[in-house]
Design a binder for this molecule. Structure first.
Ligand code: PMP
Length: 395
């Protein structure tokens, strides 16, 4: 038996849940993404998606992707640095820089590789990187890859952040990195307070807009725009895998910092560029976002409806202020059971357990899209209310 086989033969965590019939991962979808999807021959209401704008099945985006596929082929066969740059990439970067109110922008093939690559190079030895302790895994990994001293503060606790900043040398480069919208709990970062601390302690700020784009701000520019603080934020990252109906990610900032990232970032230089179809899809989604403000209105209308209904039914939903609604369960086994029972009732939701949350804070994540109807949300709320009552999670 090989060394690895020897070590991992006893890894049976997932099997425990499979044997109990509640394993909730890697469930295959056999249809187009939308508010209803087909799984195992059944129609299921989708409340587990990150496609807040509801654009993943949009015909215009699908056609833009098909046209790019026909014109440029199926892949780029190289990195942006060498043979993998298309005029499409350059155009999308220009449009995204404008959209985010920054001088320049770079597109990567995933959002994860933006955080993992950018953080590794923009701060180094002698610098400090300070994160919220609920920041996304890609920020944590980017932080680990950098040679900067790594610090983190309690989630959204500005006193804790200030206590850390107080101890750091005034002249040292100090980068605060936060999720604009926290992806599991749906609450926002306290950007106005963070900006105050930036001035008081001479820091820089990077905001992850993965869940902010398409949801907050004018035309869905994100949380920085929502707070009117775009100019105060040094770097803005985003992803195409949620509101922009595709896959890929971007970093936007001032021309000099972006120039440095362009020529040093390893996940940008040593990884193939985003496919023509994915790039064209993200660009078309961006155009739709800018030209159809009614999508944002629809998203917020259905979000407010869901928030009100979950509160009325007595769910514990934390401090969410976004289309991400955490329904707290506070127990891993019950979290899986709720997910399974919901699925059997035709409702897809995501279980959230450690390391995506603290061990005592497990939850199921219910997320809205602009394309959901109130009737669909009501069906979801009613199914979940029945399950939560049956399991005595709510009264
Ligand atoms: N940041 C946050 C906050 C995210 O939620 C995600 C994806 N879940 C990412 C970054 C990574 O984005 P991508 O899916 O494009 O790799």
């Amino acid at each position: 038996m090989g060394q690895l086989q020897e070590r991992y033969k006893s890894y049976r965590e997932p099997q425990k849940f499979m044997e109990a019939g509640v394993y909730p991962y890697f469930r295959a979808i056999t249809s187009k993404q939308g508010t209803e999807v087909e799984m195992a021959g059944q129609k299921v209401l989708m409340f587990g998606s990150n496609a807040y704008t509801g654009l993943t099945g949009d015909e215009r985006i699908i056609n833009a992707a098909k046209e790019a596929l026909d014109k440029y082929g199926s892949g780029c066969a190289g990195s942006r640095f060498l043979n993998g740059t298309l005029d499409l990439h350059v155009q999308l970067e220009k449009e995204l820089a404008e959209f985010e109110g920054k001088e320049d922008c770079l597109c990567f093939s995933t959002g994860f590789s933006v955080n993992a690559g950018v953080l590794a190079v923009v701060v180094g030895r002698g610098d400090y990187i300070i994160c919220d302790d609920r920041d996304h895994a890609s920020i944590v990994d980017g932080r680990r890859l950098s040679f900067a001293k790594q610090l983190h503060y309690k989630h959204n606790d500005m006193e804790d952040l200030e206590n850390i900043l107080k101890t750091l040398p005034k002249e040292a480069v100090k980068l605060i990195v936060v999720d604009g919208v926290f992806s599991m709990e749906g609450d926002l970062c306290k950007l106005p307070e963070i900006v105050e601390l930036k001035h008081k302690y001479n820091c820089s700020i990077m905001v992850d807009e993965a869940h902010g784009v398409g949801v907050f701000g004018r035309e869905g520019r994100g949380v920085c725009d929502h707070f009117g603080l775009t100019d105060e934020v040094d770097l803005i990252m985003g992803t195409f895998s949620k509101s922009l109906a595709s896959i890929g990610g971007f970093i936007a900032g001032d021309a000099d910092t972006i120039n440095f990232i362009r020529h040093t970032c390893r996940t940008y230089i040593f990884s193939a560029s985003d496919t023509p179809a994915a790039t064209a899809a993200a660009m078309e989604a961006l155009h739709i976002l800018k030209s159809e403000p009614e999508r944002l209105e629809a998203l917020w209308k259905v979000t407010k409806y869901a928030l009100r209904r979950f509160r009325e039914e007595g769910f514990e939903i934390g401090d969410t202020e976004s289309p991400i609604i955490p329904l707290y369960v506070h127990d891993i086994d019950k979290t899986f059971l709720v997910t399974k029972m919901a699925f059997d009732a035709g409702v897809f939701i995501n279980p959230v357990i450690p390391p995506a949350c603290a061990p005592q804070d497990t939850l199921v994540r219910f997320a809205l899209m602009a394309s959901h109807t109130e009737e669909q949300v009501e069906r979801g709320v009613q199914a979940l209310t029945k399950i939560f009552k049956e399991l005595e999670i709510i009264k």
